[in-house]
Design a binder for this molecule. Structure first.
Ligand code: MEV
Length: 443
């Protein structure tokens, strides 16, 4: 039984050892817990300190597998793609799909735009004409007043692109916003954008107070924050081949039949949000794994992609299939705001390795690589779904987890793997098989 948990003051000020002790003391096996937490800490104290400082109240590390998906050809260049993911079949599916498309030209990408977004939300309780008539002057002041913040970014080819007024007063009295767009080049740009927005707010308030007859409550800035919805930071990624090249890709299935069933599966995800959610989840299996390996923010990437998938008014598939003049074209379109500088990218040793392995890509190249991983996973999942079914591959990968869970010894693995080459995997079936092997061994 765990002990009751009391309100605690100053937890964040405790040392890491004290924090571990505090947590372990709540449990009925504190010594085991302390050993577990210590066991997952990095042996190199400098690396541990670095990892601990990425977050607050760190007790230890929570490792995830750092994997490689080989045989990705993207825009004519070959990659070993790093993926951080705990789901066993994702890397296998991505690798199989990448290998299949390797000889067919690989993945092609096109960056459609790289614009980021930030908003200053405010309530306007004065005459609207004052704002509209003087907005151009205000905009100049906002741009001039952030020159110190934007200097480095401008030197790298980025900066503020535009600032426009948006009016939401039909939804909420007086609600408006400064809607600003930015180019952040190789960084994701969150800190840069938020700093600009907070400066905008203070310039805006000063500007208002210098107008004729400002009111005490004429302008109320509610909040300043970037938007994770970046529909103009878009990547398109596609693969294509002759339909005849799909003949016997799944043994015994013609290319035409495979392409037709595949296209129907994607259509289902375009018309039915229930299927679209799972379909897009499969796309993010690949994307998130690359986003994590490259030290980017997968929550931001997912929030953006799912909002984008709903922009027609209904949540839909992010991929599409065209079958035309004997060609099969499979395309992923999605907004993806990634960085290769700033944040974790220059700090985490494995993120540095990812960038090195990928040939120190630009943010735009990384967008293409992540999109290719997403398209590869979607191709693998839909292919399995419309042919063998997903469980065969999944459960084969899962077999290793089940064997571990059931305490299968090393020498017992080979006959179990052999047996499940042509039997359906389930926990109960593996248990039965194991019991048989053990009975035989004792006999
Ligand atoms: C599982 O992680 C992902 C799939 O469910 C995706 C899909 O259904 O398309 C296999």
């Amino acid at each position: 039984m765990n002990k009751p948990i009391d309100r605690v003051e100053g937890f964040s000020k405790l040392s890491q050892i004290e924090k571990r002790q505090h947590v372990a003391d709540v449990l009925d096996n504190p010594n085991e817990v302390l050993e577990l937490l210590a066991g997952f800490a990095h042996q190199n104290p400098e690396i541990q300190e670095l990892l601990s400082e990425f977050s607050e109240n760190t007790l230890t590390n929570f490792p995830l597998p750092y994997c490689i998906s080989p045989n990705f050809k993207i825009d004519g260049k070959n990659y070993l793609v790093p993926m951080v993911i705990e789901e066993s079949s994702v890397v296998a599916a991505a690798s199989n799909a990448a290998k299949f498309w390797f000889d067919k030209g690989g993945f092609r990408t096109e960056i459609i735009n790289t614009e980021k977004v930030g908003q200053v939300h405010f309530i306007w309780r004065d005459d609207l004409y004052k704002l509209h008539n003087n907005f151009d002057a205000l905009k100049q002041q906002l741009i001039a007043g952030t020159m110190d913040i934007t200097e480095n970014m401008r030197n790298r080819g980025g900066g503020i692109l535009d600032i426009v007024l948006k009016d939401f007063s039909h939804e909420e009295p007086g609600l408006m916003q400064l809607f600003a767009t930015f180019e952040t080049v190789d960084s994701m740009g969150a800190n840069f954008i938020n700093s600009c927005l907070e400066r905008f707010a203070s310039i805006f308030k000063d500007w208002y107070n210098q107008l004729d007859h400002p009111k005490d409550d004429g302008l109320e800035v509610v909040m300043c924050i970037l938007s994770n919805l970046t529909p103009n930071c878009m990547v398109k990624c596609w693969v294509e081949c002759d339909i005849a090249d799909l003949d016997n890709y799944v043994p015994g299935t013609s290319g035409e039949d495979f392409a037709r069933r595949f296209r129907t599966a994607v259509r289902i995800a375009q018309v039915d949000p229930f299927r679209a959610t799972t379909h897009n989840k499969g796309i993010y299996n690949g994307i998130d794994a690359v986003v994590l390996a490259s030290g980017n923010d997968f929550r931001a990437v997912e929030a953006c992609g799912h909002a984008f998938a709903s922009m027609s008014g209904q949540y839909r598939s992010l991929t599409d299939v065209q079958i035309d003049h004997g060609r099969f074209v499979f395309t992923l379109h999605l907004p993806l705001a990634l960085g290769v500088v700033g944040g974790l990218t220059n700090l985490h040793p494995l993120v540095k390795l990812t960038n090195k392995l990928l040939g120190n890509p630009s943010a735009q190249q990384l967008m293409g690589i992540a999109a290719a991983a997403g398209l590869a996973n979607n191709f693998g999942a839909v292919k399995s779904l419309v042919t063998t079914g997903i469980q065969r591959g999944h459960m084969k990968m899962h077999l290793f987890n089940i064997m571990k869970q059931l305490g299968v010894e090393k020498h017992e693995q080979a006959p179990i793997i052999e047996y499940f080459k042509d039997h359906v995997v389930s926990v109960s079936e593996v248990r039965k098989c194991l019991e048989l092997i053990r009975d035989k061994a004792q006999a």
